[in-house]
Design a protein around this ligand. Structure first.
Ligand SMILES: [Zn+2]
Length: 48
């Protein structure tokens, strides 16, 4: 396994439903709300 970047393996992002505001934290992209089925948007803030 070759890793070309130096980022840590924990790459969680937070997603928020545009409709019911349900929040999901995942290291995979979440595009559909598990509660209402609406679209999720990435609300993770970049860390410095
Ligand atoms: Zn929702």
């Amino acid at each position: 396994m070759v890793r070309s970047d130096s980022h840590p393996s924990t790459d969680e992002q937070q997603f928020e439903c545009i409709d019911c505001l349900e929040r999901v934290v995942s290291d995979d992209r979440v595009s559909v709300c598990p509660v209402c089925g609406s679209r999720m948007q990435n609300v993770s803030l970049p860390r410095e």
